[in-house]
Ligand binder design. Structure first.
Ligand SMILES: Nc1ncnc2c1ncn2[C@@H]1O[C@H](COP(=O)(O)OP(=O)(O)OP(=O)(O)O)[C@@H](O)[C@H]1O
Ligand code: SF4
Ligand SMILES: [Mg+2]
Length: 383
């Protein structure tokens, strides 16, 4: 394990932020990733500010979700967390180390420790390799075990994700989407990672199959003491599997907190609008009145002041000129809105203790909600 080398965030003591240094497995400090999208002969290049100043503390063993509409920067942030992308500015810290400074031999440890599960399990699996070879590949790359031991490990992993050991000799195209995602999970688990980052790990799957894959992820998390970082655009999925959630809008976090708290009492109008789009489980239940209008602005040409103001029904003149800061990134529930204290936004309270029930029960509630909303005229779709 790497020796911890970085101090506490923003000069605070670790106890000041309610945790010890060893509680934190992943951290970002004002991390940015800007992409140059055009270099005209005259004038300045155009730049997409995909991730634009994010501070995060992810606790060891938690499920941390990152949500937001398409294009808000979720995948870019996920790639920054694993050094699949390097930041334009700021720092990413894994287990106390700035991953931008790691020498190559320590990068190998990092690549073992942090694994990715991709949205599309078909394109992320080499179609010319058998399932056994795909799962064994990371073990070979990291020089773990001899051929016989690796084959045994592949068989164990296959059965752990609910697939027959005979699957090892077959090819990815012979499997369904849900089965392919299980193969992706088995491959991600092969080297004994500490963190798994799932970029929309279930959004390409049918709802019934989503439940199976989520249950597998939750069971494995408990069994192996994993930290899960789940990227999603569907808040219903997030709500049923996360401990904490960060809501992103145009490259920044606008609200972050414990999942029950954030869903019951959203403080940012954008979060409230996302929650309003979740299917409601009871017949006749009232929907949150906050609605999202229009598309997100272009990350190349950000609105001044609060980036959400062109779509916010509560915007005032201050919102058009002054950017709100995230209130306190270290507290249980933080928000970036000038009017957070005065707005009385409602969330969903009826199932706010669902985190304490089993993943299966929580997901059954979700499926009931989904089935109900599918049958209700004008029911809102998930975003
Ligand atoms: N390599 C790149 N070059 C230029 N722009 C990019 C690049 N990668 C991402 N972007 C831009 O950065 C913004 C954020 O993209 P990103 O893929 O992180 O969003 P996302 O939240 O994951 O969206 P989705 O939900 O659709 O997957 C988008 O406007 C995207 O066009
Ligand atoms: S700062 Fe103003 S525009 Fe932005 S979310 Fe809050 S009320 Fe709306
Ligand atoms: Mg994405």
């Amino acid at each position: 394990m790497l020796e911890s080398a970085i101090g506490s965030p923003n000069g605070a003591g670790w106890s000041d932020i309610g945790m010890t240094k060893t509680d934190i497995i992943l951290e970002t400090r004002d991390v940015k990733r800007h992409f140059v999208t055009a270099r005209p002969i005259f004038g300045a290049p155009t730049v997409a500010r995909a991730v634009d100043g994010i501070d995060l503390l992810i606790r060891r063993g938690e499920t941390f979700a990152i949500v937001g509409e398409s294009g808000c920067g979720k995948s870019t942030l996920a790639r920054l967390l694993t050094r699949l992308l390097t930041p334009s500015d700021g720092t990413v810290i894994y287990d106390g180390h700035d991953i931008g400074d790691l020498p190559e031999h320590e990068m190998r440890d990092l690549r073992r420790d942090i694994q990715f599960i991709f949205q599309d399990p078909f394109s992320s699996l080499n179609p010319r390799m058998t399932v056994g070879a795909l799962i064994e590949e990371p073990l070979r790359v990291h020089g773990i075990g001899n051929a016989q031991a690796r084959r045994g490990k592949v068989a164990t992993l296959l059965s752990r994700v609910g697939l027959s050991t005979m699957s090892a000799d077959r090819y990815p195209h012979e499997f369904s989407g849900g089965q392919r995602q299980r193969i992706g999970i088995a491959r991600a688990l092969a080297c004994g990672p500490k963190v798994i980052i799932g970029d929309e790990p279930v959004s390409a799957l049918d709802v019934s199959i989503q439940a199976q894959v989520i249950n597998i992820l939750e069971d494995l998390k408990e069994e192996f003491g994993l930290t899960l970082v789940v990227i999603a655009h569907d808040l219903a999925v997030v709500r049923h599997m996360s401990d904490r959630v960060a809501v992103m809008y145009l490259g920044q976090i606008v609200e972050m907190g414990q999942v029950e708290d954030l869903f019951a009492c959203p403080k940012h109008p954008y979060t409230a609008a996302l929650i309003a789009a979740i299917p409601v489980p009871q017949i006749g239940a009232k929907l949150n009145p906050v609605q999202l209008a229009g598309d997100p602005p272009n990350p190349i040409d950000m609105p001044k002041g609060c980036r959400f103001h062109p779509r916010c029904q509560f915007a005032q003149s201050r919102c058009r000129t002054e950017a709100p800061k995230l209130s306190d990134t270290n507290c249980a529930h933080s928000v970036a809105c000038h009017r957070a204290d005065e707005l009385n936004l409602s969330g969903i309270r009826d199932l706010s203790n669902t985190r304490r029930s089993s993943a299966r029960t929580r997901f059954e509630l979700y499926r009931t909600a989904r089935a109900h909303s599918d049958g209700v005229k004008d029911a809102p779709a998930t975003i």
